[in-house]
Design a protein. Structure first.
Length: 684
């Protein structure tokens, strides 16, 4: 995504030569792949492999320059090298982060601002990739939960390489004094990195395999090893004429293979980690060596518009993603090709302005000016941090976005007494069953996903009005009922969070701790997405026999776990949802098949729970369909998915009595619960 110092040297015999235009063209192709991927173009799902090409080319050029300096002076000036890196990368990066901080304060959803603060601080510290590894945030979260900083993961890996690679090169040269030894050590490290990536991906940890420095370093190391063995750009004199012809011929199938990968791969495919990413550096190197020798696609890649795009590729990569998020359908009124044209145009303008008035002037500063540059760099960094601190504390995220369940509420000892068998008048023989009058608040446990959590706050508020329940709201954002290793929803894919697959243990612990009388379950949105049930398995979804069998298994298990303590379980049907008003999500990413899948999930669940005596279905979806505003009433769910507090309370005023009837109780005529001693009891 960046080139070294404005000119590329060609070894000892041609140090004054200018740029290799074809290498700029290769950068241009790579950044086009990334743009296509981030634009969601279906014919380029593997455009993210353009980053791999950048990695390999960067390793090749950086190691070549370091080794050329050693050949000339028998030393490497690390201070000068790192100074060039600071001048080249830091100014534009800081400008971009200032813009992203403004984006976070004015455009992004409040729920994302606390995350964005951590994301930007990680980007400033050049450890963004590890931030996303620890958060288990997949590259597909660009679409599902967009962070305008997520693309900084690759810049962090490059910066870490620029810090560590020179130290390895200098250390080996001081010990062995030979370039070949450097190549051997770097190749060995690349092999280790590749094996780690394959093993970690095979274990199902795709996020770590994708973002980890230890797993992605191989792509940089192979480029650096090739430069050490072949002499970097002086390879033009290291190959024979026959070798050059063979290299030119081999470069075309290499390009074809890269194109095939870019046209078929997704970041959630296990074969990408076992095959594509290990092979891609070698294909890239064949192309790099061919164009350096002036054969193969050298003339094609030297095409001036493509080479020009490569020269500004760093700025294009930096600015395009936040601009893509900002210029969405809702703000522009555009979609399809016109929207893409606007996004690309804005990206090119931003990159050109940055290149002409920020990157190049600072880059030309003399080496001694670098210390004076750092205080200036600190000013925008402080602006970023200050804005994030103020912005993230000024607006709290919605309560439903909290990922950890609160502790169970305090319940008086008498609330753990068994409910009365019946205090209702006897029903006439053969007449309808008369529900018992509720004599004390029932302990109500809420489980499910973030929509369940948002509704749970309404049930808690209704309980405060009526005294009917003591509520423990434990819904967990992002968790369905199907236990899979990966889930894909809203155009993105990622590893299923660990807490979502360990729900049998969590549910059992909550039953034992809280001893609920009633359990409310609301899941379905995530179960209507695409799933990989096992590592390396194909994608499956509702309606697929294998997926349906897994869904039946897990619903049946949940019913057994939740009723084990004698509780009655109310399984709510999941209402349809829309992403049209969801902050930061492109509505075009919404799968038109989701409503059908969701209906299938609801029907399948109803069939399974019918076999469990203490589990009943409550038709929340049907109730919302028949409300005056319909299922997409924004007064209930402003973002089209989650209930706000008023909407949740409104629905709970219908749902609460339904839950009591399911459990065999009704409220006293007063609408409030009175204890057996005549006192009114309300939860703490």
């Amino acid at each position: 995504m960046n080139e070294e110092d404005g000119r590329v040297v060609h070894g000892a015999e041609s140090r004054a030569a200018g740029r290799v235009a074809a290498l700029d063209g290769l950068r241009g192709v790579a950044v086009l792949g990334v743009l296509a991927f981030h634009a969601g173009l279906t014919w380029m799902p593997g455009g993210f492999l353009g980053v791999s090409a950048f990695f390999t080319l960067s390793g090749f050029l950086i190691a070549g320059l370091l080794l050329d300096e050693w050949d000339q002076h028998h030393r490497i000036d690390l201070r000068a090298f790192w100074g060039r890196r600071v001048r080249r990368l830091l100014p534009a990066s800081l400008v971009c982060l200032v813009g992203i901080a403004a984006f976070g304060l004015t455009v992004s959803a409040p729920v994302g601002r606390l995350d964005l603060r951590g994301d930007i601080l990680a980007a400033l510290a050049q450890v963004a990739n590890w931030r996303f590894v620890l958060d288990e945030r997949s590259y597909a979260d660009l679409f599902a939960e967009p962070s305008p900083v997520l693309h900084f993961w690759s810049l962090a890996i490059e910066e870490q390489a620029y810090l560590l690679l020179p130290l390895v090169v200098v250390g080996v040269l001081h010990l062995a004094r030979r370039r070949e030894a450097v190549g051997s050590v770097l190749a060995l490290l690349a092999v280790v990195s590749t094996l780690l990536m394959v093993a970690i991906a095979g274990a199902g940890h795709l996020t770590q395999a994708y973002y980890g420095t230890h797993t992605r370093a191989a792509e940089i190391l192979w480029g650096a090893a090739a430069a050490a063995v072949l002499g970097g750009l002086s390879v033009r004199s290291a190959l024979s004429e026959r070798g050059t012809r063979l290299l030119g011929l081999a470069s075309w199938p290499a390009i074809a293979a890269m194109g095939a990968m870019w046209a078929t791969a997704t970041a959630a495919d296990l074969w990408v980690y076992r095959f594509a990413l290990p092979l891609h550096p070698f294909l890239t190197l064949v192309v790099v060596l061919a164009v350096v020798r002036g054969v193969g696609p050298a003339r094609l890649l030297s095409w001036s518009p493509l080479a020009g795009l490569g020269r500004i590729s760093y700025g294009v990569y930096l600015y395009h993603w936040p601009l893509f998020l900002w210029l969405d359908e809702g703000r522009t009124g555009l979609e399809g090709p016109p929207l893409l044209a606007l996004r690309l145009g804005a990206t090119l303008v931003a990159a050109l302005v940055s290149y002409r008035w920020i990157e190049q002037p600072i880059r030309r500063l003399p080496q001694l000016a670098v210390p004076r540059l750092l205080p200036l760099a600190a000013l925008p960094a402080l602006v970023v941090v200050g804005a994030l601190v103020v912005g993230s504390t000024a607006v709290a995220p919605p309560r439903w976005a909290e990922t950890s369940a609160p502790p169970p509420p305090s319940v008086p000892p008498e609330a753990f007494e068994a409910p009365p068998a019946s205090v209702a008048p006897a029903a006439a023989e053969g007449g309808p069953e008369v529900p018992a009058i509720l004599d004390r608040p029932l302990r109500l446990l809420v489980v499910g996903d973030s929509v369940s959590r948002s509704l749970g706050f309404g049930l808690d508020a209704w309980a405060a009005e009526t005294g009917a329940f003591v509520v423990w709201n434990t819904g967990t954002p992002g968790c369905g009922i199907v236990r899979s290793v990966e889930v894909r929803s809203v155009g993105g894919a990622g590893a299923t969070p660990e807490g979502c697959t360990s729900w049998p243990t969590l549910y059992a612990d909550r039953i034992e701790t809280f001893r609920p009388d009633l359990v409310v379950v609301l899941v379905g949105a995530w179960d209507a997405g695409d799933h990989r049930l096992e590592p390396g398995d194909e994608w499956r979804w509702a309606g697929d026999p294998t997926f349906d069998a897994a869904l039946r298994r897990d619903v049946d298990l949940a019913a057994e776990v939740l009723t084990a303590g004698g509780a009655t379980v109310a399984w709510l049907t999941y209402p349809h949802f829309t992403l049209a008003n969801y902050p930061g999500v492109d509505p075009s990413a919404e799968d038109e098949d989701t409503p059908r899948r969701l209906d299938h999930v609801n029907d399948l669940v109803a069939g399974v729970v019918a076999d469990h005596e203490d589990v009943g279905v409550v038709d929340l979806a049907g109730h919302m369909e028949h409300r005056p505003g319909g299922v997409f009433d924004t007064d209930l769910r402003p973002d089209g998915v989650h209930f706000d507090d008023d909407g949740a309370l409104s629905v709970s005023r219908w749902l609460g009595p339904e839950l009591l009837r399911l459990a065999g109780y009704s409220l006293p005529s007063s609408g409030r619960v009175e204890g057996s001693d005549g006192s009114t009891w309300l939860p703490d």
